[in-house]
Structure formats: C-alpha cells, structure tokens
Design a protein around this ligand. Structure first.
Ligand code: BMA
Length: 812
C-alpha cells in the first residue's frame, strides 16, 4: 500500500493554508505552524475555537496510481466528503472505522486530485441533532460544545469535566492507496482453546479471511516453531496449532509475558500477529452477597489493580508511542495489572495494545460511548455495528484484552436527563438497541470474548443503580468526590469490583510553571479556573482540605497538599477494598493520565511525571500490603497477598508521637494466602495517645517450594496511619536536612529529620522521576530518594516539602 503523505489543509475562507502530513489534527497543525497560540497555556482555549467552527479541505495531488485505484482511509476524524477530481466518492462519518473507496470511475490519466472536505464538526453535530426525530440528550456539564453524541468521534473532543474543548479533527490514521485486486488478508480470527488445567496444553485456531484468492490457493502459517499449510476455500483458510507445553502469558505481577509470533502468507500477502497464550475468564457467579465480578487468568483468580485510561493528549496529533509507553510503564511500576480504556476516548492504535501485551497490563476495553444518549435509527446502528466489528477484528487477538464493555455510565444518564426520566420507555429501548448492536457485533467476530453491558452495571438486563448498590457487578463509587462525603465513606461500601472512583488534585508545580504565568498562580485566578473543568472542583478540593488539614497559606503548598489529600483519599478506598479481597476483586481508580495540564483526578501529570498519588499507588498496590481497617471497636490490621503463592510475613506495629518517639505495640508472623485478605489483630480504641499515630513495617519471604528464590519487589514495606484528621495533630518542625550526591547523572538525596516528618516530598525544577515521595521520616534514621532527570541538563534545584512546612510554620 502507498501512503499518501503530503497534504495541504486550507479553510473555507482561503485565509489559512498549510502543509500537513498524516496523521495530524488541524488544531495541533495550526499551532505548530504559528497560526494559533498554544492552547494549553494560560486561558488560550477560547482563542482556538474558531478552527472547528468552519469547514476545511485537505487535498493532495497524485500521479497516475496505476493499479492502486482503491483509497483506504483510517482515523478519518470528522464529517468528511471525499472527492476525486471533483467527483464525490464517499461520505465518511465515523472516526473509528476503516473506509475504502473504489476510485476507478473518477480517476484520469496523469495527475489526480484527492480532496477530503471536513465539514465543521461543531456545525455538523448541531445539524444532525436538529434532524433527529426526537431530541437525543447529551451531558451538558461535560460537553462545553453541544451535541457530540451526534458524531462518531472521540466523545471528550467537545470538552469533558477534565478536558479542554478544542474539537480537534483531521486524520488520526493514514490515507493509503492499494490495488483492489491484490491478494490480502481481510480478517484473521484467532481463538485459543485451553485444554484442562492439568495438562495446560493450548490449541490456537486460526481462521483467515482473504480477498482476491481463488479456491485452492495455499496459505502458509508459522507459529511457535511449527508450520501449517492451509488451502483457501470460499475465501477462508483455517489451521490449528497444538502447543503441548505453552509458556503462559500472565498479567504483571503474576508471571512473565512471553509472546509468540504468528505469521501468515499467501502469495505476496503477509500478515503478523503477536500472541500471548492465556485464558482470561470473567466470572460473575451468584453468591451470598449477590453476584461476583472477577478475572481468572490461566485458572488463577487475579485481583485487578489499576486505573482508567483516557486519551494521552487532548489533541491526537500530539500523541506519540514513546510518551505513551512511559505512561503505561508508570502504571506497571505502580504494580498495576489492568487499565480501563474508557468509553469517552478512542480505541487506541495497535501499538498501544502491543505495549499492554508486552507490559502485562490487562485491558478493560469500553466501546466508545459515554455519558450521553445516542440515536437508534438503522443507519446509526449499522454504522456502529460496522465500527464494532472492525475494532474487534483488529484487537481481539491481544493477550491483554480482558473484557469488552458496552459503554460508560449511560445507565446513569437514563436516570439523570429530564427527557429520559419523562419518557423512559423510549430512551431505554433506544439504549437497549445500541447495546444489543454492540454485543451482537462483538460475538459475531469473537464468540469467546468477555462482554459486560455497561460500566457500571449490576449485570445484564439489570438497570439498577450501580453507583450505590454494592451487591453485584462493577461500581463507580463517586460518593466522596461528587457527593462530598468524607473519605471514610469508602469503607461503607462492600463492592465486588470498582471500575471508577476518584479525587482531584492540582498538577505538580513543574507542570504549572510551564503553562501558568506567575501572576496567575493563585487558586481562584481566572486562569486556574480555566484549567479546572469540573464546576465546583476547586471548592471541593479546598473544602475537603479544611476538614482534613490546616489550610496552607502559599499557593505551592496548596498544590502539594492537594496531592497529599488526593493520595489519602484513593489510598483509603483501595485499602478498604483490597481488604475485602475474596469478595471484591478489583479497583481501577479514576484516572491514570491527563489530556492536558489541568486540575484532575489523574495520578500522572500531563507529560508523564508522577503526582504524589502515583507514588502512593506504588505502595498501596504493592503485592504484599498491610493496612488498617478502623471499625466500631478499634483499628484492625489486615494483610493482603497478591502473589501467586502464600508468603510468610512478619509485621511490626508501633505508636509514634510527634517527636518521633516509638512505642512498640505488636510483632507477629503470619502465613498469608493469596485467595483472601487476612485479619492480623485488632487494637482497641484508646491504644494511641492523643499525639500518636500508627507506624508499621512488614517483610515477606516466600515459603514452600519457592523458598530461597528471590522475593519480588513490593514485598517489604512500611506505612503510617492516623485515626484522626491530620489537622488535629500539633506537628513539630522536623528541620529536615539533606545531602545530594550525583552518580552517573542520577541524583541521590539523603534526608534526615529531627522530629516526625510526614509526606516528605522532593520537587525538582526539571522533569524526571523520583524513586519515591510523600514518605515518612523518623528522627535518627536516614532516608534516600533518587531523582533521574528526563534529559541531562545540569544539577537540579530541589525543593523539599512536608506536612509541617506546608500547613504550619510560615504558612500560619
Ligand atoms: C466518571 C467518568 C467520567 C468523568 C469522571 C469524573 O463518571 O466516567 O465521565 O470524567 O467520572 O467526573
């Protein structure tokens, strides 16, 4: 196939014209060419709006294409009419589909002109809404620009409660020419059959659909050092590989991720796939509580630990593989084993799922529908069915792919939109048609796929409230953030699986400095407001802070404390639900990453650096983890073991006062099984003095057959827990001193405190990765944090913060 690479983009007025290469989005291209200000800086968002409010044409000239007379277009992001030498050959209205055009009737000898006419997406969305037989509601809080639900493109493109509304459009894939008569693989259906767990053997069934081949043509397949020769019959060639002793693919933390190459060839047509051999079962059996929700991988129940994935940038033209790899690597580094590709974004490119295969990140994949209602006419449903079939065909073979889910939060919207409340029959039936369309399309392409109708959902055909009902299915628990409940409210729920819960913080100072001018660095400045898309979000952050902490006086301390607070909120939730292991089987917090620099629920900053939540996640998602579960009687210490086997653990608990004086309380040895969380002991209320908190450490070593083999990372740890809000403690100035040593471009910072120091955090004036942060220091013991700069640029200047420096001292 020939890639058409050199294009010219011009607007309807003729005022703007620029050269672009696919993939691109128009907003990024105009910014890069200096025609628009950087939209992520200051309050520039509005200055870029005009781009999507007009029509644009993308054109290129090609020489006589010879036999390559078919146009193949992927990622056509917008409402696009395709013209060849002025002849209309296609209207494309779905960014998630592959479009093909036979150009033979329109081509001419010599040079040919191809034009992609992009109708303003803002106008097109409004026109489509006006043409609907009934109004189709969309979430007005999320969609700052109306009617995104009319368009099959990324739903967060018109804004979201974390996204800038830049309405990008363009080509996120490629435009290519191909010979319509050449042999090609249209679809490669792959199905793994895992035989009984004793023998562990696996059959890989391959069913290749080909175009332009005669019956009897030969297809050669190579897999795992084996070769099969198949013959085409009715355009299909089939083969099975039997692997007696497979190397299984495992989620991160459970084992390795071996990937086998599969190659198919038929004449000049060649296709490749990377295959991880694994069985992922989605188990939702009725039980005493309701119905469970868990993933079983290769026969082993795996607690899903992770976060929600949103697009890596608000402008798809800015997304690149290296930066995405870094984000996904950060997820794995924080002991995550699953991400949810959320339904308001996009089906990610192939390389994204390749990375997840390599890293051992299971993917919960939503179909791209979120928080809005959608049309249910046949043309729309046909379009969606085709989209779903193509996406499942493209992605179903990935080892990482654990679950397909119909949408994000539409069931809640059916209760929220006044139109849907007034006419539930109509909108529920429309919704069900969409949902059934997706399920059918999925099963037609991959009958063995795991399917879940919606997130959250109590289960198939149950349209109840999975935001508050914890007996079955997956939950979105938003009581703390959206309903302003205290952190302890997380403990009131006994969910089976939590696929969303979150708490906002501000981006790190290193990010703020890049995009917010010094004079705007005030929490309620209009520019900071412009970087907060959740109405009331800033108030929620500060109001919660007033409940939990003494309020900082300086902007930078407030930013820091917002991240400590976010970390504590999510840690409270994860600790509570990991402690229900056996009944609850997963926590995916909202959200892993950011699309632009803004106040949000993310644990990674835009650009990939770690917020304090991510550092805390690395600890609270550790495979062996000790936690405190307060109840009416006292504080119960519990241990969770996510390793594949049991471990022997010793746990030491002490009371520590603000000076840092320790009073040992308990020292126990236990054998911790992976199947469920284990109670260690309970210390009654009154165990601690007024100025004391709990400090505890643990060390695990593997027992049984594995004795002597190295214990994986994350098996020894330490933590601290305050049973009262932090503002009730009279902290002392820990007078932290530090020494910096440089070794091969990595900076070691050795820290020492004179009193108990809490949430001690280093910041650098350049991008890079710290080995840890938000740590506790006890007087008399040194702690070392390392900083690895992103690029070598001289010795960084470090700033050190802790709870005392932010909320006492100068702040008062
Ligand atoms: C969830 C998500 C998003 C939203 C987030 C924060 O419901 O599905 O729609 O951004 O909450 O409000």
């Amino acid at each position: 196939m020939t890639v058409l690479d050199n294009w010219q983009l011009r607007d309807e007025t003729g005022a703007w014209s620029l050269d672009v290469r696919c993939p691109f989005d128009a907003v990024s291209a105009l910014v890069a060419a200096g025609h628009c200000p950087e939209p992520y800086d200051g309050a520039n968002e509005a200055a870029v709006r005009w781009v999507a409010e007009r029509d644009w044409t993308l054109s290129c000239e090609i020489a006589d294409p010879g036999g390559a007379t078919e146009l193949v277009l992927t990622g056509l992001d917008g409402m696009v009419d395709v013209l060849v030498n002025g002849c209309h050959v296609l209207r494309a209205d779905n960014a998630f589909r592959i479009w093909t055009v036979d150009m033979r009737d329109a081509l001419q000898p010599g040079r040919n002109r191809i034009e992609l006419c992009f109708r303003s997406v803002v106008k097109a969305a409004g026109e489509r809404q006006a043409a609907q037989p009934v109004y189709i509601p969309y979430h007005e809080g999320n969609c700052q620009i109306p009617n995104i639900n009319m368009l099959r493109k990324q739903q967060c493109d018109f804004g979201w409660d974390w996204n800038i509304a830049l309405t990008p459009f363009g080509v996120s894939g490629q435009v290519q020419l191909r010979d319509p008569d050449a042999v090609r693989f249209e679809h490669i259906g792959l199905r793994q059959e895992h035989h009984d767990i004793e023998t562990e053997s696996v059959s890989l069934h391959v069913r290749a659909e080909l175009a332009n081949v005669a019956d009897g043509a030969a297809v050669t397949l190579h897999f795992a050092d084996r070769q099969r020769d198949a013959t085409v019959h009715d355009g299909v060639a089939e083969a099975t590989f039997f692997i007696e002793v497979p190397q299984f693919w495992w989620p991160a933390g459970q084992g390795a991720q071996p990937l086998y190459d599969l190659e198919l060839s038929c004449g000049t047509a060649i296709a490749h796939r990377q295959i991880g051999l694994r069985r992922i079962e989605h188990i939702c059996r009725p039980d005493d509580h309701g119905a469970g929700f868990k993933f079983r991988v290769n026969g082993r129940d795996v607690f899903a630990k992770g976060a929600n994935w949103i697009p890596a940038d608000a402008l798809h033209g800015r997304i690149d593989r290296t930066a995405v790899r870094d984000l996904l690597q950060s997820a794995v580094d924080a002991h995550m084993n699953m991400i949810r590709v959320w339904g308001g974004g996009r089906y990610e490119p192939d390389w994204f799922y390749d990375l997840c295969d390599e890293l051992g990140l299971m993917v919960w994949q939503d179909f791209m529908f979120a928080c809005n209602l959608y049309p249910a006419d046949l043309a729309f449903l046909d379009n969606v069915a085709q989209e779903a079939r193509e996406q499942v065909s493209r992605l179903h073979h990935h080892a990482c792919l654990a679950l397909w889910c119909g949408d994000n939060e539409i069931l809640g919207m059916l209760r929220e939109f006044p139109e849907a409340r007034a006419n539930r029959d109509l909108y529920l039936v429309m919704y069900d048609r969409l949902n059934q369309t997706l399920e059918r399309a999925l099963r037609a392409v991959d009958p063995s796929a795991n399917w879940w109708p919606s997130s959250p959902s109590l289960g198939p055909l149950n349209y109840g409230d999975a935001w508050h009902e914890d007996s079955s299915g997956d939950m979105h628990i938003w009581t703390v953030w959206h309903e302003n409940k205290p952190f302890s409210d997380y403990r009131e729920m006994a969910p089976r699986f939590v696929s969303e819960f979150g708490f906002q913080s501000y981006p790190s100072m290193e990010v703020i400095r890049r995009h917010i001018a010094p004079e705007d660095r005030n929490m309620s400045s209009p520019v900071m407001d412009a970087h907060q898309k959740d109405p009331g979000g800033n108030e929620r952050i500060v109001a919660t802070m007033m409940r939990e902490f003494r309020l900082p006086g300086r902007f930078e301390d407030l930013v820091y404390l917002s991240q400590v607070q976010q970390g504590l909120a999510i840690k409270t939730a994860v600790s509570a639900w990991r402690a229900l292991k056996g009944q609850c089987w997963g926590t995916l917090y909202w959200q892993l990453n950011d699309t632009w620099p803004c106040a949000s629920w993310s644990s990674l900053n835009h650009g990939g650096s770690w917020k304090l939540l991510h550092h805390m996640a690395q600890k609270f998602y550790a495979p062996v983890f000790v936690t405190v579960a307060p109840d009416g009687f006292g504080d119960k210490f519990m241990i969770i073991n996510d390793l594949p086997d049991y471990v022997n653990v010793s746990v030491q608990v002490a009371a520590v006062n603000m000076q840092g004086q320790m009073r040992p309380l308990a020292d126990v040895q236990v054998s911790a099984w992976p199947s469920r969380a284990l109670d260690l002991f309970e210390l009654p209320h009154g165990t601690l003095e007024k100025d004391e908190i709990f400090v505890y450490t643990w060390q695990a070593d593997q027992d049984g057959e594995k004795a002597g083999s190295p214990v994986p990372a994350g098996c020894a740890g330490g933590d601290f827990f305050a049973p009262k809000p932090w503002k009730e403690y009279d902290l002392l100035d820990p007078e932290i001193s530090f020494n910096i040593l440089e070794k091969d471009g990595v900076f070691e910072v050795v820290l020492e405190a004179s009193a108990l120091a809490l949430f001690v955090t280093l910041e650098a004036d350049q991008p890079g990765r710290f080995s840890g942060n938000a740590i506790m220091l006890l007087p008399g013991s040194l702690a070392t944090l390392t900083f690895t700069p992103q690029t070598a640029r001289g010795t960084p200047t470090f700033t050190i913060r802790n709870l005392f420096s932010a909320t006492y001292g100068d702040a008062q």
